[in-house]
Design a protein around this ligand. Sequence first.
Ligand code: ARG
Length: 463
Amino acid sequence: MAKMWQGRFKKELDEKVNDFNSSISFDSRMYEHDIQGSIVHVNMLGKQGIIDEKDSKVIAKELANIYDDLASGELQFDMSAEDIHMFVEQVLTQRLGDLGKKLHTARSRNDQVALDLRMYLRSEIDNILGLIKKLIRVLVAKAEENLHTVMPGYTHLQRAQPITFAHHLMAYVEMFKRDMIRLFNCFDTMNECPLGSGALATTTYPIDREFTAEYLGFNGPMQNSLDGVSDRDYCIELAGAIATCMMHMSRLSEEIVLWSSWEFKFIELDDAYSTGSSIMPQKKNPDICELIRGKTGRCIGNLTTLLTMMKGLPLAYNKDMQEDKEAIFDSVDTIKLCLSTLAPMLDTMTVNCENMANAGKRGFINATDCADYLVKKGLAFRDAYKITGTLVSTCIDKGLTLDNLPIEEYKKLCDKFDSGVYDAISLSTCVNGRGVTGGPAPDAVAKHIQKIKDTVLKEDEED
Ligand code: ARG
């Protein structure tokens, strides 16, 4: 395809350099937004009398045809074109002749690419938000089924205090809720329109930037043209939000890897979401979780790519910025893939309540409650802590737990103990007693679930 800028040059571009310079192989995915932006731009040119209004209508109509032809597959992308912006304009000019050449009046590819990318990412944010919501819905449903499923809570991966599986899952719901907030914020911040920035210093034509911004669904035009063409904060913010959400999915994946091991056996993944080994017939591997954990690395890498790409760039546009797209597109594709695989995997997993409860019985996770029992009888916490520590040590020596250590042993260390201690340290008492906001008691978790249903998941019920 002949270059648009050929007037200035005496030679054709070297073929390898053409390929090196070209971005159409990855920016063609923005064709819909590129064409939308061009239609609104040309409508504005007509409205402002910058080009003849009739001409603007013909151009807008042909752009819509090009969109249809690309969407139906009738028109193929020309991979020798420099980028999607050049490609659409060239097709337009092939179809309309000289009229097509008027589209690029008062506009530069620099503001075009900034516009397209914002519009494309806006729509992808909506898609990602929808997928996170689906994941939250699955987690909430699993939590509801497991309000009373007692399991050990961990610190340092050592059994610490009793909680419920519902409480554990709802911790992830909070993380994903914050991820949604980050994405909403990101959408709002990026929702300003760069179109009209021109190459870097706007234009002398009487364009109407408020009009184009409004018709393209933005809150308004960007206020500085240099910033308009050279800002990529929105890519960085989105890559950051995605990396954070991936990190949350990765932590959950890591837990599922642990929970599905023979050592834990807390859950079992559905066969449809597990893989076997080519040599060991007994294996059932949590590959999906490991891949999510692995792919988190590349999303963190993409954020680093973008920050590094931008950090040394003078104002305004520099071609380095073409590197933004592969990084942010990869993050977008990766998170969508992971979210839409993780949700059904969680939905179909089986929870082994008995093994969770059994794990809770070992590891002295009710020791804090034993100390608290003494505090409630008037002892200072530090004294109660020490006595309980000695009790734990006695249990270890005798191969017993706090639940079956005879009351005489308790009384030897402190006369405040009576047989009521067994009820006070039963796992269900420990869990039910933690009913403060944010606690694992079934009532507290049920309230949390209701809150999520009334807020994050509300629109779904209305749909
Ligand atoms: N393909 C380019 C990019 O992705 C579009 C902008 C090109 N502008 C220019 N002055 N070469 O950034």
